[in-house]
Design a protein around this ligand. Structure first.
Ligand SMILES: Cc1cc2nc3c(=O)[nH]c(=O)nc-3n(C[C@H](O)[C@H](O)[C@H](O)COP(=O)(O)OP(=O)(O)OC[C@H]3O[C@@H](n4cnc5c(N)ncnc54)[C@H](O)[C@@H]3O)c2cc1C
Length: 377
């Protein structure tokens, strides 16, 4: 039996879901994958762009290379979702689905932080990362702030990675002694579910003279005075501001009636929404795991296995386990790996390996394996 499965968003979640369905069902998969962009970019590639480790064009993985039996990719912008009718309106067409999977990720709410774009730089979008790449060479003295403007945000270790890589960047240019680096975060520790990882990061900050400002977020920038204002009113002067913008679900999701408290609530075992045959995976959903690609991928595999079981009359898969492994750049050519488990115990746990030079290859393999699996590159 063929079913029309429409997957909205070709990020970590959408790409993995379409791939698993294609592998299992081949030409009969009946999947339509819709995304408004022409290419996928790994989140962590933005740091490579910021610090000049990769050219912007080299990190773009074009959807034209995403060729899978039973999957049709449409480059269209989604402008309305009717979850009850499972009807999707794009800038060019209306699509009706038997099964709808929303994997539209999280967007950025730049306006929520007055002054962010006028007085500082965000490095979480591709465009922002490209801009910072050109701004950095002019920073040779004074204070740099890496500041988080709201939680939850994608990839909780990324601001720590940015601070450590900024240290390397400035050291290589011989200007580190003339610069200060502060990291402002709304958490008590850099990676709360993993005390070991947090301790290793705090030790790395201490070794490098990076100031860690916990339990605070940046609420605005006063660009006239070059001051960052924190949520308790504290003012931190800066010469360079690298910000993680406040996140929110894409407007089309907020307007669809599917969201509650900003994101789409789902059954964390099955990723089902309140609406029959409508699922949500990845950053757009509230599952109880951080916003990270590895968790989006894991959730997508559960939905795919469930749909295959339904179509082929097999057993439903085990519930989503909330596990994922994240690689963390510690600078100085070392990478750590934290294996996080959100659901199996009473509290989330995170076990750290490294940091070490050996794990640099493991991180590279993470990207290479997905480039090959999804894009044949
Ligand atoms: C600096 C940085 C470093 C990171 N490092 C890591 C890491 O090391 N490991 C890790 O696991 N995660 C990392 N992440 C997080 C990771 O990138 C995201 O969590 C992940 O991409 C989420 O996957 P997703 O499928 O939910 O959404 P996304 O990958 O964001 O995909 C959503 C897709 O929906 C599309 N879309 C949105 N709205 C519309 C619309 N209206 N019409 C059409 N298309 C639309 C977008 O174009 C996009 O392709 C990092 C993120 C950043 C910013």
């Amino acid at each position: 039996m063929q079913s029309r499965v429409i997957v909205l968003g070709a990020g970590f979640g959408g790409l993995e879901l379409a791939t698993v369905l294609s592998e299992a069902l081949g030409d009969d998969a009946g999947v339509t994958l819709i995304d408004g962009s022409d290419a996928f970019v790994f989140g962590y590639s933005k740091l490579d762009v910021v610090f000049g480790r990769a050219a912007p064009d080299d990190v773009r993985l074009p959807y034209a290379k995403f060729l899978k039996p039973g999957v049709r990719f449409l480059r269209e912008t989604i402008i309305a979702i009717d979850p009850e009718a499972r009807r999707v309106t794009t800038d060019t067409a209306v699509h009706e689905a038997d099964v709808l999977v929303v994997a539209l990720g999280a967007d950025y709410d730049f306006d929520a932080t007055p002054g962010l774009l006028e007085g500082g730089n965000e490095f979480y979008s591709v465009r922002g990362a490209e801009r910072v790449r050109h701004v950095l060479p002019a920073f040779t003295r004074g204070r740099a702030i890496v500041g988080v403007c709201g939680a939850p945000f994608k990839c909780p270790p990324a601001p720590s990675e940015a601070a450590l890589l900024l240290h390397d960047y400035l050291s290589e240019r011989g200007v580190r002694d003339a610069c200060e680096i502060s990291l402002v975060m709304p958490f008590e520790t850099p990676v709360p579910p993993s005390p070991d990882t947090s301790a290793a990061l705090l030790a790395a900050f201490a070794e490098r003279g990076i100031e860690f400002v916990p339990v605070r977020r940046v609420s605005s920038l006063d660009s006239a005075r070059s001051v960052a204002v924190l949520d308790d009113g504290t003012e931190l002067p800066y010469d360079l501001f690298l910000g993680v913008p406040k996140h929110r679900a894409p407007n089309v999701v907020l307007e669809s009636g599917m969201a509650e408290d900003g994101y789409i609530p789902v059954d964390s075992n099955t990723l089902e929404t309140w609406f029959p045959n409508v699922y949500a995976v990845g950053d757009v959903a509230t599952v109880g795991v951080p916003k990270a690609g590895v968790f989006a991928e894991g959730a997508a595999r559960v939905v795919a296995a469930s749909l295959v079981a339904r179509l082929q009359g097999g057993e439903q898969p085990a519930p989503y386990d909330g596990r994922g492994a994240c690689y963390i750049e510690f600078g100085a050519g070392r990478v750590g790996r934290v294996d996080i488990d959100f659901f199996s115990g009473p509290m989330p746990t995170g076990t750290l390996q490294g940091p070490s030079g050996g794990l640099v290859d493991d991180k590279r393999h993470f990207g290479v394996s997905r480039r090959a699996r999804w894009f044949n590159l």
